[in-house]
Design a binder for this molecule. Structure first.
Ligand code: ATP
Length: 258
Protein backbone atom coordinates (compact mmCIF):
# COMPACT_ATOMS: atom_id res chain seq x y z
CA UNK A 1 0.00 0.00 0.00
CA UNK A 2 1.26 3.47 -0.95
CA UNK A 3 1.10 6.58 1.20
CA UNK A 4 -2.06 8.69 1.27
CA UNK A 5 -1.42 11.91 -0.63
CA UNK A 6 -4.87 13.47 -0.71
CA UNK A 7 -7.73 13.15 1.72
CA UNK A 8 -11.11 14.73 1.08
CA UNK A 9 -13.20 15.04 4.23
CA UNK A 10 -16.88 15.97 4.08
CA UNK A 11 -16.49 18.37 1.18
CA UNK A 12 -19.52 20.56 0.45
CA UNK A 13 -19.88 23.38 -2.04
CA UNK A 14 -23.02 25.41 -2.64
CA UNK A 15 -23.45 28.10 -5.25
CA UNK A 16 -25.99 30.90 -4.66
CA UNK A 17 -28.25 31.30 -1.64
CA UNK A 18 -31.72 30.35 -0.38
CA UNK A 19 -34.15 29.43 -3.22
CA UNK A 20 -31.39 29.83 -5.81
CA UNK A 21 -28.94 27.55 -3.97
CA UNK A 22 -27.27 24.70 -5.89
CA UNK A 23 -25.56 22.06 -3.77
CA UNK A 24 -22.83 21.07 -6.23
CA UNK A 25 -20.99 18.95 -3.63
CA UNK A 26 -22.93 17.50 -0.76
CA UNK A 27 -20.51 15.62 1.50
CA UNK A 28 -17.67 14.00 -0.46
CA UNK A 29 -15.17 11.71 1.27
CA UNK A 30 -12.27 9.82 -0.30
CA UNK A 31 -8.52 9.26 -0.19
CA UNK A 32 -5.95 9.12 -2.98
CA UNK A 33 -2.64 7.30 -2.70
CA UNK A 34 0.67 8.54 -4.08
CA UNK A 35 1.09 7.49 -7.72
CA UNK A 36 -2.59 6.63 -8.25
CA UNK A 37 -4.33 7.48 -11.52
CA UNK A 38 -7.82 8.31 -10.30
CA UNK A 39 -10.75 8.88 -12.66
CA UNK A 40 -13.83 10.94 -11.77
CA UNK A 41 -16.97 10.15 -13.77
CA UNK A 42 -20.55 11.35 -13.44
CA UNK A 43 -23.35 12.88 -15.42
CA UNK A 44 -23.32 16.50 -16.52
CA UNK A 45 -23.82 18.80 -13.53
CA UNK A 46 -22.98 16.10 -10.97
CA UNK A 47 -20.17 18.18 -9.43
CA UNK A 48 -16.99 16.81 -11.07
CA UNK A 49 -15.43 20.13 -12.07
CA UNK A 50 -16.43 21.70 -8.76
CA UNK A 51 -14.60 18.88 -6.96
CA UNK A 52 -11.48 19.28 -9.11
CA UNK A 53 -11.51 23.07 -8.67
CA UNK A 54 -11.82 22.77 -4.88
CA UNK A 55 -8.73 20.56 -4.90
CA UNK A 56 -6.97 23.00 -7.25
CA UNK A 57 -7.77 25.79 -4.69
CA UNK A 58 -9.52 27.69 -7.47
CA UNK A 59 -12.76 27.71 -5.49
CA UNK A 60 -13.30 27.60 -1.73
CA UNK A 61 -15.45 24.79 -0.35
CA UNK A 62 -18.47 25.75 1.77
CA UNK A 63 -17.60 22.99 4.27
CA UNK A 64 -15.05 20.21 4.68
CA UNK A 65 -11.33 19.71 4.26
CA UNK A 66 -8.92 19.09 1.39
CA UNK A 67 -5.82 17.58 2.98
CA UNK A 68 -2.79 17.34 0.69
CA UNK A 69 0.11 15.59 2.38
CA UNK A 70 -1.70 16.28 5.67
CA UNK A 71 -2.20 20.05 5.19
CA UNK A 72 -5.64 21.61 4.69
CA UNK A 73 -4.98 23.48 1.46
CA UNK A 74 -8.48 25.00 1.37
CA UNK A 75 -7.40 27.35 4.18
CA UNK A 76 -4.26 28.63 2.41
CA UNK A 77 -4.16 32.35 1.63
CA UNK A 78 -1.93 34.98 0.00
CA UNK A 79 1.69 34.08 -0.69
CA UNK A 80 1.38 30.57 0.71
CA UNK A 81 -1.56 29.87 -1.62
CA UNK A 82 0.22 31.31 -4.68
CA UNK A 83 3.37 29.33 -3.96
CA UNK A 84 1.39 26.18 -3.33
CA UNK A 85 -0.58 26.53 -6.59
CA UNK A 86 2.59 27.13 -8.58
CA UNK A 87 4.60 24.26 -7.12
CA UNK A 88 2.39 21.47 -5.87
CA UNK A 89 -0.45 21.33 -8.38
CA UNK A 90 -0.44 20.84 -12.13
CA UNK A 91 -3.61 21.54 -14.09
CA UNK A 92 -4.53 20.27 -17.53
CA UNK A 93 -7.61 21.71 -19.26
CA UNK A 94 -9.63 20.42 -22.19
CA UNK A 95 -8.68 23.39 -24.39
CA UNK A 96 -4.90 23.43 -23.72
CA UNK A 97 -4.72 27.14 -22.77
CA UNK A 98 -1.33 27.68 -24.41
CA UNK A 99 -0.27 31.26 -25.16
CA UNK A 100 -0.26 31.77 -28.94
CA UNK A 101 2.61 34.28 -29.06
CA UNK A 102 5.06 32.05 -27.17
CA UNK A 103 6.83 29.00 -28.59
CA UNK A 104 6.03 25.58 -27.16
CA UNK A 105 9.23 25.65 -25.13
CA UNK A 106 8.47 29.13 -23.77
CA UNK A 107 4.97 27.98 -22.86
CA UNK A 108 6.36 24.98 -20.98
CA UNK A 109 8.91 27.13 -19.14
CA UNK A 110 6.49 29.94 -18.28
CA UNK A 111 5.37 28.67 -14.84
CA UNK A 112 8.96 28.12 -13.70
CA UNK A 113 9.89 31.62 -14.95
CA UNK A 114 6.93 33.16 -13.09
CA UNK A 115 7.90 31.36 -9.90
CA UNK A 116 11.53 32.41 -10.20
CA UNK A 117 12.91 28.87 -10.42
CA UNK A 118 16.46 28.11 -11.56
CA UNK A 119 16.10 28.43 -15.36
CA UNK A 120 18.96 26.07 -16.26
CA UNK A 121 17.35 23.35 -14.17
CA UNK A 122 13.92 24.15 -15.66
CA UNK A 123 15.35 23.90 -19.19
CA UNK A 124 16.84 20.48 -18.39
CA UNK A 125 13.48 19.35 -17.01
CA UNK A 126 11.76 20.74 -20.12
CA UNK A 127 14.04 18.65 -22.37
CA UNK A 128 13.42 15.55 -20.24
CA UNK A 129 9.64 16.03 -20.42
CA UNK A 130 9.70 16.84 -24.16
CA UNK A 131 11.55 13.57 -24.76
CA UNK A 132 9.21 11.64 -22.50
CA UNK A 133 6.12 13.15 -24.16
CA UNK A 134 7.57 12.70 -27.65
CA UNK A 135 7.53 16.34 -28.70
CA UNK A 136 11.16 17.41 -28.95
CA UNK A 137 10.72 18.38 -32.60
CA UNK A 138 7.99 20.94 -31.86
CA UNK A 139 9.67 22.89 -29.02
CA UNK A 140 10.56 25.82 -31.31
CA UNK A 141 7.14 26.00 -32.97
CA UNK A 142 4.17 28.17 -32.01
CA UNK A 143 0.89 26.58 -30.87
CA UNK A 144 -0.80 27.46 -34.19
CA UNK A 145 1.81 25.33 -36.02
CA UNK A 146 1.23 22.06 -34.13
CA UNK A 147 -1.52 19.43 -33.84
CA UNK A 148 -4.11 19.17 -31.07
CA UNK A 149 -2.36 16.13 -29.63
CA UNK A 150 0.98 17.97 -29.57
CA UNK A 151 -0.72 20.98 -27.95
CA UNK A 152 -2.12 18.85 -25.17
CA UNK A 153 1.23 17.12 -24.59
CA UNK A 154 2.84 20.60 -24.42
CA UNK A 155 0.20 21.58 -21.85
CA UNK A 156 1.01 18.38 -19.93
CA UNK A 157 4.73 19.25 -19.95
CA UNK A 158 3.89 22.76 -18.69
CA UNK A 159 1.75 21.24 -15.91
CA UNK A 160 4.55 18.84 -14.93
CA UNK A 161 7.55 21.17 -15.11
CA UNK A 162 7.36 22.11 -11.44
CA UNK A 163 7.13 18.40 -10.52
CA UNK A 164 3.77 18.83 -8.77
CA UNK A 165 2.52 16.36 -6.19
CA UNK A 166 -0.74 16.05 -8.10
CA UNK A 167 -1.85 16.59 -11.68
CA UNK A 168 -5.50 17.59 -12.04
CA UNK A 169 -6.97 17.03 -15.50
CA UNK A 170 -10.45 18.14 -16.56
CA UNK A 171 -11.53 16.28 -19.72
CA UNK A 172 -7.96 16.41 -21.12
CA UNK A 173 -8.88 14.27 -24.14
CA UNK A 174 -12.16 16.10 -24.85
CA UNK A 175 -10.79 17.99 -27.87
CA UNK A 176 -8.55 15.20 -29.22
CA UNK A 177 -8.99 12.54 -31.91
CA UNK A 178 -8.85 8.95 -30.67
CA UNK A 179 -5.22 8.37 -31.69
CA UNK A 180 -3.97 11.53 -29.90
CA UNK A 181 -6.17 10.73 -26.89
CA UNK A 182 -4.66 7.23 -26.61
CA UNK A 183 -1.13 8.62 -26.80
CA UNK A 184 -1.83 11.27 -24.15
CA UNK A 185 -3.46 8.77 -21.78
CA UNK A 186 -0.57 6.31 -22.17
CA UNK A 187 1.83 9.13 -21.28
CA UNK A 188 -0.24 10.23 -18.28
CA UNK A 189 -0.36 6.64 -17.10
CA UNK A 190 3.42 6.50 -17.50
CA UNK A 191 3.83 9.70 -15.46
CA UNK A 192 2.04 7.96 -12.56
CA UNK A 193 4.18 4.86 -12.84
CA UNK A 194 7.56 6.39 -13.68
CA UNK A 195 7.49 9.69 -11.75
CA UNK A 196 5.04 8.58 -9.03
CA UNK A 197 2.94 11.67 -9.76
CA UNK A 198 -0.66 11.34 -8.60
CA UNK A 199 -3.24 12.12 -11.26
CA UNK A 200 -6.95 12.93 -10.93
CA UNK A 201 -8.82 13.06 -14.22
CA UNK A 202 -12.42 14.07 -14.85
CA UNK A 203 -13.79 12.35 -17.94
CA UNK A 204 -17.07 11.50 -19.66
CA UNK A 205 -15.34 8.87 -21.75
CA UNK A 206 -15.32 5.25 -20.56
CA UNK A 207 -12.39 4.50 -22.83
CA UNK A 208 -10.30 7.31 -21.30
CA UNK A 209 -11.35 6.16 -17.83
CA UNK A 210 -10.12 2.62 -18.59
CA UNK A 211 -6.51 3.93 -18.32
CA UNK A 212 -7.13 4.81 -14.65
CA UNK A 213 -6.26 2.57 -11.72
CA UNK A 214 -9.49 3.54 -9.91
CA UNK A 215 -12.65 5.43 -10.75
CA UNK A 216 -15.04 7.33 -8.49
CA UNK A 217 -18.56 7.87 -9.82
CA UNK A 218 -20.22 11.02 -8.58
CA UNK A 219 -23.93 11.80 -8.66
CA UNK A 220 -25.77 14.79 -7.19
CA UNK A 221 -22.64 15.92 -5.37
CA UNK A 222 -21.84 12.63 -3.60
CA UNK A 223 -19.76 9.58 -4.50
CA UNK A 224 -22.09 6.69 -5.17
CA UNK A 225 -19.78 4.06 -6.65
CA UNK A 226 -16.13 3.09 -7.00
CA UNK A 227 -14.34 0.75 -9.42
CA UNK A 228 -10.77 -0.41 -8.99
CA UNK A 229 -8.78 -2.04 -11.77
CA UNK A 230 -7.56 -5.41 -10.53
CA UNK A 231 -3.92 -5.16 -11.51
CA UNK A 232 -2.01 -6.93 -12.90
CA UNK A 233 -4.50 -9.56 -14.00
CA UNK A 234 -7.39 -7.40 -15.25
CA UNK A 235 -6.89 -6.22 -18.82
CA UNK A 236 -7.77 -2.69 -19.84
CA UNK A 237 -10.58 -3.99 -22.06
CA UNK A 238 -12.11 -5.98 -19.17
CA UNK A 239 -11.94 -2.85 -16.99
CA UNK A 240 -13.55 -0.85 -19.81
CA UNK A 241 -16.44 -3.35 -19.89
CA UNK A 242 -16.94 -2.97 -16.12
CA UNK A 243 -16.99 0.81 -16.49
CA UNK A 244 -19.64 0.51 -19.21
CA UNK A 245 -21.72 -1.73 -16.94
CA UNK A 246 -21.81 1.01 -14.30
CA UNK A 247 -22.61 3.74 -16.81
CA UNK A 248 -25.31 1.55 -18.39
CA UNK A 249 -26.80 0.84 -14.95
CA UNK A 250 -27.26 4.60 -14.67
CA UNK A 251 -29.38 4.39 -17.78
CA UNK A 252 -28.57 5.06 -21.39
CA UNK A 253 -24.87 4.12 -21.66
CA UNK A 254 -21.80 6.28 -21.43
CA UNK A 255 -22.27 8.34 -24.55
CA UNK A 256 -25.28 10.27 -23.35
CA UNK A 257 -25.29 9.77 -19.61
CA UNK A 258 -21.72 10.35 -18.52
N1 ATP B 1 -20.17 29.26 -10.71
C1 ATP B 1 -21.31 28.62 -10.54
N2 ATP B 1 -22.42 29.28 -10.11
C2 ATP B 1 -23.58 28.65 -9.91
N3 ATP B 1 -23.77 27.33 -10.11
C3 ATP B 1 -22.72 26.62 -10.55
C4 ATP B 1 -21.44 27.22 -10.80
N4 ATP B 1 -20.58 26.25 -11.23
C5 ATP B 1 -21.29 25.11 -11.26
N5 ATP B 1 -22.58 25.31 -10.85
C6 ATP B 1 -23.63 24.29 -10.72
O1 ATP B 1 -23.14 23.28 -9.84
C7 ATP B 1 -23.49 21.98 -10.31
C8 ATP B 1 -22.23 21.15 -10.54
O2 ATP B 1 -21.48 21.72 -11.61
P1 ATP B 1 -20.10 21.13 -12.13
O3 ATP B 1 -19.59 22.04 -13.18
O4 ATP B 1 -19.22 20.83 -10.98
O5 ATP B 1 -20.59 19.75 -12.77
P2 ATP B 1 -19.85 18.75 -13.76
O6 ATP B 1 -20.13 17.39 -13.23
O7 ATP B 1 -18.43 19.13 -13.91
O8 ATP B 1 -20.64 18.99 -15.11
P3 ATP B 1 -20.15 18.86 -16.66
O9 ATP B 1 -19.84 17.42 -16.87
O10 ATP B 1 -21.36 19.29 -17.42
O11 ATP B 1 -18.97 19.76 -16.83
C9 ATP B 1 -24.34 22.20 -11.56
O12 ATP B 1 -25.70 22.18 -11.20
C10 ATP B 1 -23.92 23.58 -12.03
O13 ATP B 1 -24.97 24.20 -12.74
Amino acid sequence: MGKTLLEIQGLKKSYGRKEGETKALNGVFFQVLEGEFLGIMGSSGSGKTTLLNCIATMIKPTEGKVLLAGEDISTFKGKKLAQFRGKEIGYLFQDFELLDNLTVEENILLPSAIHGDDQKQAERKCMELAKYLDMQEVLDKFPSQISGGQKQRAAAARALISQPKILLADEPTGALDSHSAKKLLEKINGVCEDFKTTVMMVTHDANAASYCSRILFIQDGVIFHELRRQLPEESQSDFYRRILEVTAALGGGSANVL
